[in-house]
Design a binder for this molecule. Structure first.
Ligand code: ZN
Length: 695
């Protein structure tokens, strides 16, 4: 599970990240940088450009240069394994993505096209496609709308050497253009990557390539119904690493493995993972890497669980990696994993804070408002750390999560625990860029609220992510005999799971326990977290929706669901007051303790829904509070937000690792920080295009 970055809305997290305007704001207390790191951060250009609705940032990797050679080698091999899988996510997202991307890249590389009519619009569209790993918006899932004509694109494509175009056998440029015409220009064709509208067939109305043509939702549900024995206490993650297709009227899984689907990319990933294994830091890490290789070689999901267990057990290593088919948000039915990789080194200092929370996991579980039967009697193996990201690829780049909690298999989590990480340098880079956003000033109800956010929001934000990941997702248990949440709660499962993790964090945000264990100095930080959650859940996040749209994305649904529910249930006690002033709406928290109690009540209910697999109640909760938008408030929020002139999404340019060779041996690895997004995308196209255009 991930906590996504929702940066420019001031929602740093899958949680209520506050928007803050800290030290650079005119009315904040100026704080001079006191150490070399801070000074270096000041001269490092964080933001490089803005296009469409996104901003491109860079991040640094403090600590990399100081790693011993063996760890640098390890990081380098994992970095190569990460980049090797990049094409996979493109094909997973949509079957025509690689064809579109390679066409656009051919056009980009031909300088003659840059002077042709429509070039600026083509360039902007190309960057948006690169950013989204395909032609659908990375967040809203809607097809990106080109602002150039088919004729303009056709002229550019025809100006290219045919050898540079992704032509099928016997295809010419005209045939390619004919094939691309509806894909790029017809807004009704494959309009959404992931459709979650329960009134429609979720599979046939989603453009995702996880299912073959002609496969229907009923087919999928029937196919997997008998696959899992109810009595199996260690169920595999069925469907996680395959595409489900119809062949001669029969449903067949095309497994992603060496010798299977995506073979050329997976083979390359395996090559680098094997080299990494040879320089592993210790036996536990080596075991995990070897299991991962075995899983890629066999496609066996039991081996994947063995790998996950070995990976969770590897807590002492400095270097870590996520590499595989992991998150299932891209599948409307939540079976199939998007390929991603995150290579990181541990931030030793910052990890102490998160470890302090993890160490108290049992206390938090015991004192939670859950029904006793839904509490875990023993919370095992929660490991938490802050990591410094070295490279991200696949589903986690350029748009990145800021918190990760894995593995996803519930039984592995229950028996072996999970690893929870906060992507420290990514968050820091985002904070740096956020300082001047102005969102806080535009939406906070009072100078007190602004002052509280400025003073405490950094801490509140960090703690919320930590608790969301470390104790939130880790908490609670299913009642005996109840199926996995993606079976029982279907398309509402993700929203309810994120709500659960957020509610655990919110409930404890105002608990003196946090002061006692030394991670918080003042409960004002908790109040700042509550202000932010309400402000964002009821208003700010609406800025990213187009007029008339419902909320679709799981984290956004969860946030509004929680905020709208506590607003309604607290009405009698005036817990949250809606204030109208000068034509602007504000939501003011009037009673923090009562708000905390309401978060607790909702937490118990959401956990009950998960523990009992109560689909009906889960659906009612999400549909009633999390989906619909008040059009008048929405329009007002958009206006206030647009006045700030900031793009709501951010993504990152990745660092580049360069090995220093002496003969065959790597004697050092240096790190570079490229600053041109398009150049990096073209570089990746040159070096990591491993899959055929059609898979
Ligand atoms: Zn989460």
């Amino acid at each position: 599970m991930i906590a996504p970055m929702l940066a420019w809305l001031g929602l740093g997290l899958g949680c209520p990240a506050p928007d803050r305007t800290t030290t650079t704001a005119p009315d904040a207390t100026p704080t001079a940088p006191t150490d070399a790191d801070a000074k270096a951060a000041d001269t490092f250009k964080v933001q490089t450009e803005q296009f469409g609705d996104v901003r491109i940032l860079r991040y640094r990797v403090p600590g990399f240069e100081e790693l011993p050679l063996q760890q640098k080698q390890l990081v380098y091999y994992l970095y190569r394994a990460a980049l090797a899988g990049r094409d996979i996510i493109w094909d997973q997202n949509y079957r025509n993505n690689l064809r579109v991307r390679r066409t656009l890249e051919a056009v980009w590389r031909n300088p003659a096209t840059h002077a042709m009519p429509g070039w600026d619009a083509v360039a902007s569209y190309t960057k948006r496609v690169w950013f989204s790993n395909g032609i659908h918006h990375h967040y809203s899932m809607k097809k990106l709308a080109p602002e150039f004509t088919a004729e303009q694109l056709a002229a550019m494509v025809k100006a290219c050497d045919p050898k540079t175009l992704p032509l099928d056998a016997g295809q010419d440029a005209d045939a390619l253009l004919a094939a691309l015409q509806p894909v790029i220009f017809d807004p009704t064709v494959d309009a959404k990557r992931v459709n979650l509208d329960p009134k429609a067939d979720l599979i046939t109305t989603s453009a995702t390539n996880y299912y073959g043509q002609g496969v229907k939702q009923k087919d999928v549900e029937r196919f997997y119904k008998g696959k899992l024995e109810k009595s199996d206490k260690q169920p595999i993650s069925v469907g996680l690493n395959s595409k489900l297709v119809k062949e001669k009227g029969k449903l067949v899984e095309k497994v992603w493995k060496v010798g299977g689907m995506y073979d050329p990319a997976i083979r390359e990933i395996v090559k680098w993972l094997k080299l990494a294994s040879e320089v592993a830091e210790n036996d536990k890490q080596k075991l995990a890497l070897d299991k991962l290789v075995a899983y890629y070689e066999t496609g066996d999901l039991r081996t994947f669980d063995e790998y996950s267990i070995a990976w969770v057990a590897d807590t002492d290593s400095r270097v870590d990696v996520v590499n595989g088919f992991i998150e299932v948000y891209g599948d409307p039915l939540g079976y199939r994993g998007a390929w991603e990789s995150v290579v990181s080194i541990k931030d030793l200092e910052a990890s102490k804070r998160i470890a302090a929370i993890g160490a108290q996991a049992q206390w938090f579980e015991d004192h939670s408002p859950l029904l006793p039967a839904h509490r875990k009697p023993s919370v095992t193996g929660i490991s938490a750390k802050v990591i410094t990201v070295v490279v991200e690829a696949g589903d986690s780049a350029p748009s990145t999560p800021i918190g990760i909690n894995l593995p996803n298999a519930n039984w592995v989590r229950a028996e072996h625990g999970s690893k929870s990480v906060n992507l420290g340098n990514i968050v820091a880079s985002n904070e740096q860029a956020k300082k001047v956003s102005g969102v806080l000033e535009a939406f906070a109800a009072s100078p007190e609220e602004i002052a509280r956010a400025k003073k405490w929001a950094d801490l509140a934000d960090t703690l919320h992510t930590d608790m969301h990941e470390v104790i939130g997702h880790a908490s609670g248990q299913l009642e005996p005999g109840v199926g996995q949440p993606n079976e029982t709660l279907k398309n509402y499962g993700n929203t309810l799971e994120e709500a659960r993790a957020d509610l655990v964090a919110l409930y404890y945000m105002l608990d003196p326990k946090l002061i006692e264990i030394g991670v918080m100095t003042d409960l004002e930080a908790g109040k700042a977290a509550y202000d932010n959650y309400i402000r964002n859940g009821l208003m700010v996040q609406l800025a990213r929706l187009e007029p008339g749209e419902d909320i679709e994305e799981a984290h956004m649904r969860n946030r509004q669901m929680i905020a709208a529910w506590v607003l309604e249930k607290g009405k009698g006690d005036n817990v949250i007051e809606r204030v109208e002033r000068d034509g602007n709406t504000y939501f003011v928290v009037r009673d923090y303790e009562k708000l905390r109690a309401l978060f607790g009540t909702l937490l118990a209910e959401v956990q009950r829904i998960k523990s009992q697999g109560d689909f009906k109640a889960g659906k009612a909760l999400v549909e009633t509070y999390g989906v619909k938008v008040d059009p008048a408030l929405h329009a007002q929020v958009r206006k206030r937000y647009q006045a700030l002139g900031i793009a709501p999404y951010v993504g990152f340019i990745q660092p580049r690792l360069v090995p220093v060779m002496k003969g065959e041996a790597i004697v050092d690895v240096t790190i570079e920080y490229p600053d041109d997004f398009a150049a990096q995308m073209l570089e990746y196209a040159e070096t990591t295009s491993l899959l055929p255009t059609v898979n």
